[in-house]
Design a binder for this molecule. Structure first.
Ligand code: SF4
Ligand code: SF4
Ligand code: SF4
Length: 365
């Protein structure tokens, strides 16, 4: 089936929270205009019209930010109404990544009615989350998010947990695993905390290092494996992608085979960029108000982005996992390896036997 996905930023970098390591605050601070405001109706409709005229069977609209709910619920209602009006038979899916602090009953109803997949940012247990993820008044947000998760569960909304794996959290794999289990949180994506683009000591103290990566994942994987063998499966994006690779199944996560892909990230003013990590002036591939998606995908900046060379690690030279990595995602790789040491290789070496065992079990099932 032919499909296309767009990552839409209806509220640009605007957010009601002030997380200590906010990666999009860093990205937007490195361009001429940090915030492009709220996406207006003309841009929203141009975006929908451009996707509707493509020769695809399915369109995936994924909203993120900043904090996308800051655009207001009417923005989303208007978006969906217009899609329903102009759609002539394509399958439509909706997803949103949110800090979940602003979700009232009306949001829950909207997500439920339109079958949104909701990614909720939650940095694990209270002590870690509240230290790193505060609101604009400096107050921790753990309690309110947990209460909104409870409401989503009750409404049957599909959601997963997005946890930023910071240097600090990497020291607590047991506590984190226990927290997920205790709270029956079974769909987890751990996102490495990136160092800033230009170096900012205030934020970089939270960045995940290659050694943190290896130490954390070796322990976390063992806990996950033990639970799996006892019949309790927890979906962890990295493991869900890696294990099938032992059966020659391609990963779905961008960059796991070292190749960049054009992601179509649409900022609030209609500018389009090739990847969420590169929403920077140099990589702007056009504007949805004036350019077709075909023109955007063929734009000089897109071609340059896809061709740019990455810096590999010395350990790649004789790495037995090269065929299932190729240096991985070029932006996240800074959390996986430095010039001489690769934490990803350490983890793959450590986990390979058990991962192969699970892969074999999957083929027998
Ligand atoms: S909720 Fe997201 S966008 Fe907002 S400050 Fe935190 S990390 Fe940044
Ligand atoms: S930088 Fe990473 S996430 Fe972005 S397109 Fe390249 S591989 Fe994918
Ligand atoms: S696992 Fe590390 S050393 Fe091996 S290919 Fe990937 S990045 Fe290179």
């Amino acid at each position: 089936m032919k499909q296309i996905s767009l990552l839409i930023k209806p509220a640009s970098s605007l957010c009601n929270m002030r997380c200590a390591y906010c990666f999009y605050e860093d990205v937007s601070a490195n361009r001429e205009c940090a915030s492009m405001g709220i996406m207006d109706r003309q841009t929203t409709r141009a975006l929908i019209d451009r996707t509707m005229c493509l020769d695809v069977n399915q369109i995936n609209y994924c909203f993120q930010g900043g904090e996308p709910t800051v655009a207001g619920i009417d923005y989303f209602k208007d978006f969906i109404d217009y899609v329903d009006r102009v759609n002539t038979g394509k399958k439509i899916t909706y997803a949103i990544q949110t800090n979940a602090t602003l979700l009232d009953d009306a949001w829950i109803e909207l997500f439920s009615k339109h079958d949104f997949l909701v990614g909720v940012s939650l940095d694990g247990f209270l002590e870690n989350h509240n230290r790193l993820r505060k609101d604009a008044a400096g107050k921790g947000t753990f309690k309110i998010i947990m209460s909104h998760i409870k409401k989503m569960k009750k409404a049957g909304i599909h959601f997963n947990i997005l946890t930023v794996l910071s240097h600090q959290l990497s020291k607590k794999p047991e506590q984190l695993f226990e927290f997920y289990q205790k709270n029956d949180l079974n769909y987890i994506q751990l996102i490495p905390c990136l160092p800033t683009l230009e170096g900012n000591a205030r934020m970089d103290q939270y960045a995940l290092t290659p050694h943190d990566f290896a130490d954390f994942y070796c322990t976390f994987f063992d806990l996950w494996y033990q639970a799996y063998m006892k019949g309790h499966y927890m979906s962890v994006t990295l493991f869900d992608n890696l294990i099938p690779m032992y059966l020659n199944v391609l990963p779905s996560q961008c960059g796991m085979l070292g190749q960049c892909h054009m992601q179509l990230v649409v900022e609030a003013n209609g500018n389009v960029y090739p990847c969420d990590f590169y929403v920077l002036d140099d990589y702007c591939c056009g504007n949805i108000n004036t350019d077709s998606l075909q023109e955007i995908m063929k734009h000089e900046a897109a071609k340059r982005f896809l061709k740019e060379k990455r810096v590999l690690c010395k350990a790649c030279d004789d790495c037995p996992f090269y065929h299932m990595c190729y240096g991985n995602c070029r932006r996240l790789s800074v959390c996986y390896y430095d010039a001489h040491y690769c934490g990803y290789k350490t983890f793959l070496t450590y986990s390979q036997e058990k991962m192969r065992r699970i892969a074999q079990m999957l083929t027998v099932k």
